[in-house]
Design a protein around this ligand. Structure first.
Ligand SMILES: CC(C)(COP(=O)(O)OP(=O)(O)OC[C@H]1O[C@@H](n2cnc3c(N)ncnc32)[C@H](O)[C@@H]1OP(=O)(O)O)[C@@H](O)C(=O)NCCC(=O)NCCS
Length: 200
């Protein structure tokens, strides 16, 4: 099987769909909805983003994402609720290394949308995309030790804990432990055959 190359994916970045959500490219008109998400300190508490102070911070963030698209670096989507087309968060696939067939998934939702299973839906879509389209062998997820909700999402999506990188990051005034989770292609295939279909 010849490896999928980033230019094949980025030249026409796919939109993904779940039961309730559309994952699509982030566009400049997302600025207001995205600001609502990123200006909430609870949302940015355990992630590398600084809390956005104004719409200009969010415009700069969207520009960074467009630079990622341009450089074919990060597959990054706006998470849009199908029922009203409201942007409620973002997600992405980072650190895609073709040679090793591995990448890392990430997701962030506005606080009003927590606890409704959306992140589980997003993780399922990213996992399916990672194994089926990017032909990954290993999909990783990383979160700070104190980010209980993110760890739950990964466990629910059947990622296993590889270990904890102690004081791996200096973030928001302290050295932080990072939990590393992963799902391997063979594990995903086993889950799929157990469920006799895609497990997510
Ligand atoms: C992490 C985050 C995406 C979770 O999103 P979510 O949509 O609330 O997650 P889900 O509703 O799919 O929940 C998945 C599971 O985790 C559990 N869970 C969620 N938050 C939890 C918490 N704080 N404590 C314990 N369990 C929690 C849910 O109960 C659910 O399990 P269940 O279905 O068995 O009940 C969301 O909290 C968020 O955006 N946080 C800020 C950004 C962030 O930290 N991103 C992750 C970076 S690594």
């Amino acid at each position: 099987m010849s490896a999928v190359q980033p230019y094949q994916i980025f030249q026409n970045m796919p939109q993904l769909e779940t039961g309730r959500l559309l994952l699509r490219r982030l566009v400049s008109s997302d600025v207001k909805d995205l600001f609502e998400v990123a200006s909430e300190p609870e949302v940015t508490r355990y992630i590398t983003w600084e809390t956005h102070r104004n719409l200009d911070d969010t415009r700069r963030f969207i520009q960074v994402v467009h630079d990622w698209y341009e450089r074919q670096e990060v597959l990054y989507w706006g998470v849009v609720r199908k029922s009203d087309l409201k942007l409620i968060g973002t997600c992405g696939i980072f650190e895609w290394v073709v040679r090793d067939a591995r990448a890392e998934l990430s997701y962030t939702l506005g606080q009003p949308y927590w606890g409704q299973g959306y992140a589980t839906e997003i993780a399922g879509a990213l996992i399916r995309f990672g194994f089926e389209v990017l032909q990954l062998n290993r999909l990783e997820g990383r979160c700070l030790r104190e980010n209980v909700s993110s760890a739950h999402v990964m466990e629910k999506a059947r990622l296993s804990l590889d270990g904890i990188l102690r004081q791996q990051l200096y973030l928001k005034g302290a050295y932080r432990d990072l939990k590393v989770y992963s799902l391997l292609r063979q594990e995903w295939l086993n889950l799929a055959s157990l469920n006799r279909q895609s497990p997510f």
